[in-house]
Write a protein that binds this ligand. Structure first.
Ligand SMILES: *Cc1c(COP(=O)(O)O)cnc(C)c1O
Length: 371
């Protein structure tokens, strides 16, 4: 059996005729930069998300960057985020010369612990970037309330969570701003890099639109120092096709996660935990076990692809050494980083594949490789 970690080829073949046609249409028009497909996609995504402005951009990282630039984050500022995430969530803070301030996570959801945020707020704190990790929204109500009290901005890093719901509302539209990634293996992926930012405030929306095109307000007149981070028309054309099937894919992801939950229920591993008032899109289906290295090796020998999201917490990364954190500062994040691992997940994985994966894990447990 050949199992794919993310089944992008099967997905392409499902929508091939429509995607090929959409690509061909862009090639024929040759409007590669800001062609009509961009506006079409932004409108469609806005409709999907509800009441917010949607501005597409070149990647999820650029979306985070635009969000911070829009509120003029500068050297001396502090921005709070989680140490258990992809590097981009904190990298953009540092790139603008501001200071990433980490707050430990909850041990069941792996999202930032809102009860530990307030003690880290200082007069320099300008924003909080909660990450909706693995596709499950963070505790946004609690976080928004803290931010409101201290007059700071909340930017949801929704790179993994487009399609998830929180108290009936859509992830990426749960706070002042939301940042989405269309990296190919994210829940809604394009065929290269892509991203989008959502923003409630009309003035900020105008500013972000300008920032993504060198800060210009009209051609060759520049109000802000911006940069170039537009989404390609080709990617927008692909996303227009895939967005139509996105709700179906989310439904399938829920079914597949439920099947994993059921198959793996009796085994001595920690399964994903989703709070009752929200859903996850399972960007990753991540489990935890003590002897991770042994289980990863065993599964590799059984041709089961796996991944680790993420093996090292951000406060321990070499690039952030200058922040002065040390091992032990965020014990829950550190423990998660040492035990977490992700199983194959996509809307296209079959029940047979899931059973094969489960048997392999069970076998490893029986060999007492994993405790
Ligand atoms: C993927 C990801 C990003 C960055 O998105 P890119 O499109 O790859 O730039 C940011 N934050 C998180 C949590 C991510 O998973």
């Amino acid at each position: 059996m050949k199992i794919n970690f993310h089944d992008l080829q099967t997905q392409y073949h499902c929508y091939k005729a429509e995607i090929d046609h959409a690509i061909q249409k862009v090639l024929n028009s040759s409007q590669f930069i800001m062609g009509p497909e961009i506006q079409e996609f932004e409108t469609a995504l806005q409709k999907y998300l509800g009441n917010t402005h949607v501005i597409s951009c070149a990647s999820g990282t650029d979306a985070l960057m635009l969000a911070l630039m829009a509120i003029d984050i500068k050297p001396g500022d502090e921005v709070i985020t989680t140490p258990f995430t992809f590097i981009a969530s904190a990298e953009v803070i540092a790139l603008l010369g501001a200071k990433p301030v980490f707050v430990d996570i909850q041990k069941d959801t792996y999202n930032i612990d809102p009860f530990k945020i307030e003690e880290k707020i200082t007069s320099k704190t300008r924003a909080i970037i909660p990450v909706s990790l693995y596709g499950q929204p963070a505790d946004m109500d609690e976080i928004n309330a803290i931010a409101k009290k201290h007059n700071i901005v909340v930017i949801e890093d929704a790179a993994q969570s487009l399609g998830a719901e929180y108290k009936g509302k859509k992830s990426a539209n749960l706070s002042d701003m939301g940042c989405i990634s269309f990296f190919p293996t994210k829940p809604l992926g394009c065929y290269g890099d892509g991203g989008a930012i959502t923003v409630k405030d009309e003035k900020l929306a105008e500013k972000i639109k300008s920032l993504r095109v060198h800060g210009q307000t009209r051609r060759y007149y520049h109000k802000y120092i911006g940069f170039n981070c537009r989404l390609d028309t080709l990617q927008a054309a692909i996303l227009n096709v895939k967005l139509k099937y996105f709700a179906d894919e989310i439904e399938k992801r829920h079914q597949i996660a439920a099947r994993y939950n059921q198959l793996l229920a009796k085994l001595n591993i920690v399964l994903p935990f989703v709070k009752h008032d929200r859903t996850s899109v399972y960007a990753q289906y991540s489990i935890r076990c003590k002897n991770r290295t042994e289980l990863l090796d065993f599964l590799k020998n059984k041709n089961v692809p796996t991944a680790v999201h993420y093996p090292e917490a951000l406060h321990l990364q070499e690039c952030f050494q200058y922040l002065g954190y040390k091992r032990g500062d965020f014990p829950i994040a550190e423990k998660a980083a040492s035990e977490i691992m992700s199983l194959p997940m996509s809307a296209f994985i079959t029940a047979e594949e899931q059973r094969y994966i489960t048997y392999a894990i069970q076998e490893a447990l029986e060999h007492e490789l994993v405790v």
